[in-house]
Design a protein around this ligand. Structure first.
Ligand code: ADP
Length: 500
């Protein structure tokens, strides 16, 4: 069935991103917004917009029944969840279908299986996908778990089955730490997910996080769109992503891609999804989990493949067969994304609140900015603190890096500290340039004083912005004192006076 009107159950950059593709496809768009987002660009962009509630997400963007009701009342025939919020809630996908609407995403069944790291591991195991050595069941008996940890060999990692965003994860270096870290992981997991079940696996030292983008249709066809390297993280959350990875060989790329397709098939997946792997120094790869939605970092894949992933999601949701064949897909060029988040890298990446006093994104060849803010807007404290995604594209990795350095320099943000200074430090680091880095980049190479000079640079940037604003003002008033423009004005005033 053709989708004619799409409600986007999200906010900010991703709501805009989705609506842009929908509009190109001739689909009407409906935005929802909380009271904190009344003046947001995604609200202005949509054909229709409805306030869904108070600022806290529980009272707005997570209100499943209310959102479905709005969709029905406005005659929307589909709902796109974006990422975060309701995107990986099987019950939401189920409710949308029960209301007679199309959920732009996978079936409740796939979301359910892949939503549990333990169930996901079991499903992948049945298809012979390599897994990190460890338990495939939640821990019930601590002594049993200790014994198992001994067998696996320290260091080990405790993980929350319902985990996400790096929460509930604890590294245990030796047996003495085991019980304490276990208690911490369980209480963190219970608090964050309402589910305290945890399991353990081998902690891969020097790990790289590499993920594969897949697209599957409702007729059993699945293709992979190569990898994204996402090893630059803080608090187990990504900050710099790129495609392709600089360390994979064509053989390993193909093997990982084929594994990702199998993972998708293991849960009858349709839609866009991402299969995450951890890769060790010897390039052995192990399945971590599958994210059953569009990822924040999807643009780098779009840049190197030329595929509009949101458009594909919509076509798949309509029930159309994939027209993309695996053999047609090719990597062309190189793309890097940096996440511009409101936080202070010099202060342990502490989240920042405040107003975007200056907000001027860079422009020019090979640059894409996906954002959801405008100059003068406050960053609401209720949601994720990402302000924008800055993406560069070029023929080679070196050029994409150079372009990113230029773009970061041009990005003018004042009023708030952002991760841009940290990202510039990463891109200028020889470990990044050589491709020899892992998820420990921050611990290994980064110290706050590395960007102390960046703070100075920021001050210089602020000064430059103020000077340019001043020059603008002076040159405007200069036109009024030096002749031509004011003369025309006086003349027209005179004319008006004369004939009125
Ligand atoms: P979440 O769902 O909370 O993001 P993941 O399982 O995706 O958790 O892991 C988050 C990050 O933690 C990964 O990007 C990877 O860098 C690291 N990680 C996960 N499992 C392991 C492991 N067994 N060994 C080393 N690092 C790991």
């Amino acid at each position: 069935m053709k989708i004619k009107k799409l409600l986007v159950a999200n906010r900010g950059e991703i709501a805009l991103r989705v609506m842009r593709s929908a509009r190109e496809m001739g689909i009407q768009t409906v935005a929802i917004y909380s009271e904190a987002d009344r003046f947001s660009p995604h609200v202005k962009y949509a054909d229709e917009a409805v306030c869904v509630g108070a600022p806290p997400s529980a009272q707005s963007y997570l209100q499943m029944d209310k959102i479905i009701e709005i969709a029905k009342n406005l005659g929307a025939d589909a709902i796109h969840p974006g990422y975060g919020f309701l995107s990986e809630r099987a019950v939401f996908s189920q409710k949308v279908a029960e209301a007679g609407l199309i959920f732009v995403g996978p079936s409740p069944y796939s979301i359910e299986i892949m939503g549990s790291k333990i169930e996901a591991k079991k499903a992948a195991d049945r298809f012979g996908i390599p897994l990190v050595p460890g338990l495939k069941e939640a821990i019930i008996d601590i002594n049993e778990a200790k014994k198992k940890a001994q067998e696996i060999g320290y260091p080990i990692l405790i993980k929350a089955s319902a985990g996400g965003g790096g929460k509930g994860m604890r590294i245990v270096n030796n047996e003495n730490e085991f019980e304490e870290q276990m208690q911490r992981a369980i209480s963190e997991a219970s608090a964050a997910f309402g589910d305290g079940s945890v399991f353990i696996e081998k902690y891969i030292t020097s790990p790289k996080h590499i993920e594969i983008q897949v697209l599957g249709d409702q007729h059993g066809n699945v293709v992979y769109l190569f990898e994204r390297e996402c090893s630059i993280q803080r608090r187990h959350q990504k900050l710099v992503e790129e495609a392709p990875s600089s360390c994979l060989t064509p053989e390993i790329r193909k093997a990982m891609g084929e594994c990702a397709v199998l993972v998708a098939k293991s849960c009858n997946y349709y839609g866009a999804g991402t299969v995450e792997f951890v890769v060790d120094e010897a390039l052995n790869f192990y399945f971590l989990e599958m994210n059953t939605r569009l990822q924040v970092e999807h643009p780098v894949t779009e840049m190197i493949t030329g595929v509009d992933l949101v458009k594909q999601q919509i076509l798949i949701a309509e029930g159309q067969p994939l027209t993309i064949k695996q053999e047609d897909l090719q990597i062309k060029g190189h793309s890097i994304e940096v996440r511009v988040c409101a936080e202070d890298p010099a202060n342990n990446f502490l989240p920042e609140v405040g107003k975007l006093q200056t907000y001027r994104p860079p422009r020019g060849v090979g640059i894409r900015v996906d954002d959801g803010f405008e100059e003068g807007m406050e960053i609401p404290i209720y949601y994720d603190n990402m302000i924008a995604k800055l993406i560069t594209y070029a023929d080679t990795r070196t050029e994409a890096i150079q372009r990113m350095m230029r773009a970061i320099d041009e990005f003018q943000i004042t009023g708030i500290q952002t991760t841009l200074s940290f990202c510039k430090y990463v891109l200028g680091h020889e470990a990044f340039a050589s491709g020899k880095f892992d998820t420990k980049f921050v611990e290994k190479y980064f110290k706050p004083e590395h960007i102390a000079t960046q703070a100075q640079a920021d001050e210089e940037k602020i000064a430059a912005v103020l000077v340019s604003k001043l020059v603008e003002k002076i040159s405007k008033s200069a036109t009024f004192t030096n002749g031509t423009a004011p003369a025309r004005q006086v003349k027209s005033n005179w004319k008006n006076r004369r004939y009125n």
